[in-house]
Write a protein that binds this ligand. Structure first.
Ligand code: SF4
Length: 209
C-alpha cells in the first residue's frame, strides 16, 4: 500500500526536493543548524549573506558570537544557534581538518545536530541514505496514513524504513513534507481535496475539510 500511495505522491509532487539552499557540505551543516523550528524560506533568506562572509569552518569558529547572532537574527533561537554553529565548526576544525564528517555517529556528536539533521546532511550533501528524515510534517502525515502508530521520531523512522523501499527513503521525506504543506495540514487536513483519500485511514483525524 505505501508503494502505491508513494507513486501517487510522486505524480502529485514531481519537483519534491530538499528545500534548504547550499553548495557545500559546510553550508548545509550551517543551514541545517539554523533550520530547527523555523521555515526553510526564512533560512534561505538568511544564508546567502552568511555564506558569502564565512567561507570555512575556521572562520565560523573564530566569528564574534554577538556579531554572528545579529547576522542570523531573523532565525528563532538565534543566540543558541550561533553558539552551536561556532562550537560545531570548532570541532570540525580540530578533529576533521575543517571538513564535515560523513558518518551519522560523528555528525550527531556536533552541537545543534540531532539524528534528523544528521540524516539530512548525509543524504543531501553526500548522497548517503542511511535512514528516513522524520520532521513534523512526516510525523503527522505518516501517522494519518496509518504508516506508523508511533509518535516518537526514532520509532517512526524505523517503521518507515521497514515499509518503504530503501530507494525511496530520501524521496519519501520530501513527498510527505510537500503533501503535509499542501493538503494534509495541521491541525485540520483538507481530505476532501486529497488524492490519497480513498486509501487513507485518516488515523487520529477528528476534524477535516
Ligand atoms: S485523506 Fe486526509 S488525512 Fe489522509 S493524507 Fe489526505 S489529507 Fe491527510
Amino acid at each position: 500500500m505505501p508503494a502505491a500511495l508513494l507513486g501517487k505522491l510522486k505524480a502529485l509532487y514531481p519537483n519534491a526536493r530538499y528545500y534548504l539552499n547550499f553548495s557545500t557540505p559546510l553550508e548545509l551543516l550551517v543551514a541545517a543548524i539554523l533550520s530547527a523550528q523555523v521555515r526553510d524560506t526564512v533560512v534561505n533568506a538568511t544564508t546567502p549573506a552568511l555564506f558569502k562572509k564565512y567561507r570555512s569552518a575556521d572562520e565560523y569558529a573564530r566569528a564574534d558570537l554577538e556579531t554572528l547572532t545579529r547576522e542570523i537574527k531573523a532565525i528563532t533561537f538565534s543566540a543558541n544557534k550561533a553558539k552551536h554553529i561556532k562550537q560545531a565548526c570548532a570541532i570540525l576544525d580540530e578533529k576533521y581538518h575543517g571538513r564535515v564528517p560523513e558518518t551519522l555517529e560523528q555528525l550527531v556528536e556536533l552541537p545543534g545536530i540531532g539524528r534528523k539533521t544528521a540524516h539530512a546532511i548525509l543524504i543531501n550533501a553526500f548522497g548517503k541514505v542511511e535512514g528516513v528524515v522524520v520532521d513534523t510534517h512526516v510525523i503527522r502525515v505518516a501517522f494519518r496514513l496509518g504508516w506508523t502508530k508511533n509518535t516518537k521520531p526514532d520509532k517512526i523512522e524505523q517503521d518507515l524504513m521497514t515499509l518503504i523501499p530503501k530507494a525511496d527513503w530520501a524521496k519519501a521525506t520530501w513527498l510527505l513534507k510537500d503533501h503535509g504543506r499542501a493538503v494534509c495540514s495541521a491541525p485540520v487536513p483538507a481530505c476532501s481535496r486529497c488524492a490519497l483519500e480513498p486509501d487513507c485511514p485518516k488515523a487520529g483525524v477528528t476534524k477535516r475539510t
